[in-house]
Design a protein around this ligand. Structure first.
Ligand code: ARG
Length: 399
C-alpha cells in the first residue's frame, strides 16, 4: 500500500483533535536569533574554511540582518558545514569518523508537509542507494521567529508499528505503540504483522497534519538469517537498512531547523542487541535460546550472552549477503579511535558520552571502553526534540 492518506479532509480534521499540540505550533512572542550564537558559528566557519577569506564582512552582514529582521540566512556552504559539524559534535555517536562526508540536501524552501513527505521519500531512496548506504541529511525550512515550524512526528523515517493486544502483549515494536495508536486514530491501519512500516505524520507551521505511507521502493529491508543455522530464517526477523533519525532539531548559529532527517548506516549491535534483544523491544533472546537448546534455567549459564553473539552474527552476515552496508562494533570502535586522533591533531576536543559510545556487547573488548570523553556540549548540534538540551540525559532507562 502506498496510498496517500493525507488528502482526506475528514481524517485530517479528526486528526487535529487527536494530536497533542506540538511545541512549535502555538504562537510565541517573536524571538530574535541570538547574536552571539550566530557570530560564534560564523567565526567557526571561517576558521575551518580559510579559503572563504576573512570572517569580518560576513559577521557584519549577519549582525545587521539580525538587528533589522531578527534573523539571517545561512549560505549553502554554511548550512552544509553546520550540519556536518553537528554530526561531529554528537556525543552519543560512535560513527563520526566520516562526518565530513555527510551529503547535505538543502531543501530550506520547503514548508509544506506534503512536499516534505515527497522529499523524505527521495531521501530514503538516495540514502539507501541500492544497499551502498550514503550518510545524508535533508534540511527543510527553518523554524519561524514566532516559534512555528515543521515537525516530523515519527522518531525515524522508517519504524515498525507496535500493536498492543488485549492480553497486554505487543505485536511489532513496543517502542512504537503510542505512535501507532495515533496513526490508527488518524485513519491508518496496518496489516498487523511484526514489521509493518508506519506512515509518516508531518505537521506544517499552520494547517492540519499530513499523513501518508512510504512507497515500497523507498524501504530497503534485510531478512535475517544465520550462516550456520537454517532454522534462523524461520524466525521471520527482518530490519530496515537506513536508520534515518527524524526527531532531532538541528541548531546552527542560533537558527533552528526543526525538520532535518539524517542517516548514517547501522552498526550491527543496534539491531541485534538492542532492537531484537532488549526486553522492552522485540525481546527475542528467550525464543532463540530455546531453538539453540540452551539451558535457560539460570542466568549463570550465560544463555543470554551466547544468544546475543549468534544474533549479532546473523544480523551482520544477513546485511553482508544482501549487499547492504553495515558495520560491526569492533571496526567501528577502531574508526572512532582514529577519529579521536584526527580531531586531536586538528586541535579540537571530541564531545563524548561514554555510556552511549561503548557498544552494548563486549564493551571491554572495544578500545572505546578504556577511556573517558569530554562531556561538554559544542555547537552546532542536534537536540532531541522537546528536551532543549542534548547533554543531560533524562533520568531513567536509556532509550
Ligand atoms: N539505534 C537506532 C536504531 O536502531 C538508530 C540510531 C542511529 N544509528 C546510526 N547508525 N546512525 O534504529
Amino acid at each position: 500500500m502506498d496510498a496517500r492518506l493525507g488528502h482526506d479532509d475528514r481524517l485530517m480534521t479528526f486528526a487535529e483533535h487527536i494530536l497533542p499540540a506540538a511545541p512549535p505550533r502555538p504562537r510565541r512572542p517573536i524571538e530574535s536569533v541570538d547574536r552571539d550564537d550566530a557570530v560564534a558559528f560564523i567565526r567557526l566557519f571561517y576558521a575551518e574554511n580559510p579559503e572563504f577569506g576573512p570572517a569580518e564582512p560576513r559577521i557584519e552582514t549577519v549582525c545587521r540582518s539580525i538587528a533589522e529582521i531578527g534573523t539571517y540566512t545561512h549560505t549553502s556552504e554554511e548550512l552544509a558545514f553546520g550540519a556536518r559539524v553537528a554530526w561531529r559534535n554528537s556525543a552519543r555517536c560512535i560513527g563520526r569518523l566520516y562526518w565530513n562526508g555527510l551529503v547535505v540536501r538543502d531543501r530550506r524552501e520547503i514548508e509544506d508537509p506534503a512536499v516534505v513527505f515527497d522529499e523524505c521519500v527521495e531521501h530514503l531512496r538516495l540514502a539507501g542507494n541500492g544497499g551502498k548506504i550514503r550518510p545524508m541529511i535533508t534540511i527543510f525550512a527553518a523554524r519561524r521567529s514566532d516559534g512555528r515550524g515543521l515537525r516530523i512526528h515519527n522518531d525515524q523515517l522508517i519504524r515498525y508499528a507496535g500493536y498492543r493486544d488485549l492480553d497486554g502483549s505487543v505485536t511489532g515494536d513496543p517502542a512504537q505503540v503510542e505512535f501507532t495508536r495515533t496513526a490508527q486514530r488518524m485513519g491508518w491501519s496496518g496489516a498487523g504483522t511484526d514489521f509493518d512500516v508506519l506512515p509518516l505524520i508531518i505537521d506544517g507551521p499552520t494547517g492540519p497534519p499530513f499523513m501518508a505511507e512510504l512507497p515500497g521502493d523507498a524501504i530497503l529491508e534485510v531478512p535475517i538469517e544465520h550462516p550456520l543455522y537454517p532454522w534462523f530464517a524461520g524466525l521471520g526477523l527482518r530490519w530496515h537498512a537506513v536508520p534515518a533519525l527524524a526527531n532531532l532539531d538541528l541548531h546552527i548559529g542560533g537558527i533552528t531547523y526543526p525538520a532535518a532527517p539524517f542517516n548514517g548506516w547501522y552498526m550491527g549491535t543496534e539491531i541485534a542487541s538492542r532492537n531484537f534483544g532488549d526486553v522492552t523491544r522485540y525481546n527475542q533472546l528467550p525464543r532463540i535460546a530455546a531453538q539453540f537448546g540452551l539451558d535457560t534455567s539460570s542466568d549463570r549459564t550465560l544463555w543470554k550472552d551466547l544468544t546475543l553473539v549468534e544474533l549479532n552474527v546473523a544480523v551482520l552476515e544477513s546485511f553482508n549477503r544482501a549487499g547492504v552496508t553495515i558495520t560491526d562494533h569492533h571496526t567501528e570502535s577502531e574508526r572512532f579511535m582514529l577519529h579521536l586522533e584526527r580531531e586531536e591533531k586538528a586541535g579540537r576536543t571530541v564531545p563524548g558520552d561514554w555510556s552511549w559510545l561503548v557498544p552494548p556487547i563486549s564493551g571491554s573488548a572495544s578500545p572505546v571502553f578504556h577511556r573517558y570523553y569530554d562531556p561538554r556540549e559544542q555547537s552546532p548540534k542536534f537536540i532531541p526534540r522537546g528536551t532543549g538540551c542534548p547533554a543531560t540525559p533524562p533520568p531513567g532507562p536509556r532509550p
